[in-house]
Design a protein around this ligand. Structure first.
Ligand code: FAD
Length: 365
């Protein structure tokens, strides 16, 4: 059983390791996040979890991000999967109940065994839109096969299983949605993980490109049209928003320790604290209301929250960095890393441009 209060200590240790060497994949930190129970925390205690709801998970990701945004980003993907598996049971269609329960138990067992599930959905040029997905899944006599190009799969070769979106024909899967989520073991034949990650921030996340060529998937997540029926994406969006917010709270703490002598700087930092608290309250209220199949109004609220919190937190990081002075002006210093890492929040699904377009469409309708 992991308490939210214990996440701070994990975050401090993650930051110490990152401070010593910020480039390599943080294998020791990821192992500790598994061993401590953080990655599986959304599962119920009976399944080895800590019964966290979406608000708990969002708070934990924010705390982790305030010290190590890369660790928080890597953790957000499997924590989101655990949260959705643990929380979606009430909306499973009767016909899919037996399959869902079996799969949920098997995923929980994998998480207890330390199997690393990562997200491998994004595609270059898709603009973050699911509808623009080019990867195709086809049903063969020996199971599902995926073919197509993916980018930015955080965890890269360190992951054991990728969760990947792909288009499916109605013939192969009656009732399929725009895309379905598939589980693909990373060592399956036909999976190639590139070594092309060279991000502006989030340097140690190894967010690599992946190519599937007739790659063998172990199956779909849930049931046909899972994304539209259970609406799992809003859970992930709350976690994603917590990452740039954590960058801002981390930068604020860095600049407030020790407290600056300048009254003008203290005023700016007090102002930044109010902004962080306001963003955190907005995100907490949204994350606290998460439930599966919450409907379009809640989806729109999550989109607004993710868009506002990510963009305002990123702007705040830039303001704070501008005030941070020469002491922090080091390319690989903690302040510079928090600044660069914060920009990932506006790129994470849905990326800012797509979010703004969707907000405008929703405003007009
Ligand atoms: C550090 C980091 C880690 C990530 N980790 C993961 C991960 O683990 N798994 C994963 O699946 N993804 C991951 N992503 C990807 C992320 O979630 C987004 O899907 C991705 O960044 C979207 O950008 P793109 O390059 O596909 O956008 P592009 O297709 O290159 O588009 C560029 C910009 O134009 C906009 N745009 C393009 N077309 C349109 C359109 N038709 N309408 C409106 N706007 C449009 C986009 O919104 C975007 O802002 C990660 C991203 C980053 C930065």
């Amino acid at each position: 059983m992991l308490l939210i209060q214990e996440v701070g200590e994990l975050a401090v240790r993650a930051a110490e390791r990152e401070g010593a060497d910020s480039e390599p994949y943080p294998a020791a930190t990821v192992r500790e996040l598994f061993d401590s129970g953080l990655i599986r925390a959304p599962f119920p205690e009976l399944e080895g979890g800590s019964g966290w709801n979406c608000l708990d998970a969002t708070n934990a990701i924010e705390i982790l991000a305030s010290r190590s945004p890369s660790a928080a980003l890597i953790a957000a993907m499997p924590v989101g999967i655990a949260g959705v598996v643990a929380g979606s049971s009430p909306v499973v269609p009767a016909a899919s109940r037996a399959g869902w329960d079996k799969q949920a138990a098997s995923i929980a067992a994998d998480f207890r065994d330390g199997k690393h599930y990562a997200a491998c959905n994004s595609e270059a040029g898709a603009g973050g839109s699911l509808a623009a997905t080019k990867t195709i899944a086809s049903k063969t006599s020996s199971g599902w096969r995926l073919t197509g190009p993916k980018i930015l799969a955080s965890g890269g070769t360190h992951a054991d299983v990728f969760l990947s979106t792909a288009k499916v024909s109605q013939e192969d899967m009656p009732g399929a949605g725009i895309v379905e989520f598939f589980f693909v073991p990373t060592d399956a034949p036909g999976v190639t993980v590139a070594s092309d990650w060279d991000g502006f921030g989030m340097r140690s996340t190894e967010s690599q490109s992946v190519y599937y060529e007739d790659a063998r998937a172990s199956g779909i997540w849930g049931f046909p049209d899972f994304i539209a029926i259970a609406q799992p994406l809003s859970y992930f969006f709350c976690l994603f928003a917590a990452i740039p917010l954590g960058c801002a709270t981390g930068l604020l703490e860095l600049m407030s320790t020790p407290a600056p002598a300048s009254p003008a700087l203290r005023l700016r930092l007090a102002d930044a604290r109010m902004k962080c608290e306001a963003l955190s309250a907005y995100l907490s209220e949204t994350a606290g209301a998460w439930r599966p199949a919450a409907g379009p109004e809640y989806a729109a609220r999550v989109l607004r929250t993710k868009t506002y919190v990510s963009s305002e937190a990123t702007k705040l990081c830039a303001e704070l960095f501008a005030l941070s002075g020469g002491r922090h002006y080091r390319r690989d210093g903690a302040a510079a890393r928090l600044l660069a890492d914060s920009f990932a929040g506006t790129a994470l699904r849905p990326p800012l441009a797509l979010s703004l377009d969707t907000l405008v469409e929703q405003f007009e309708s």
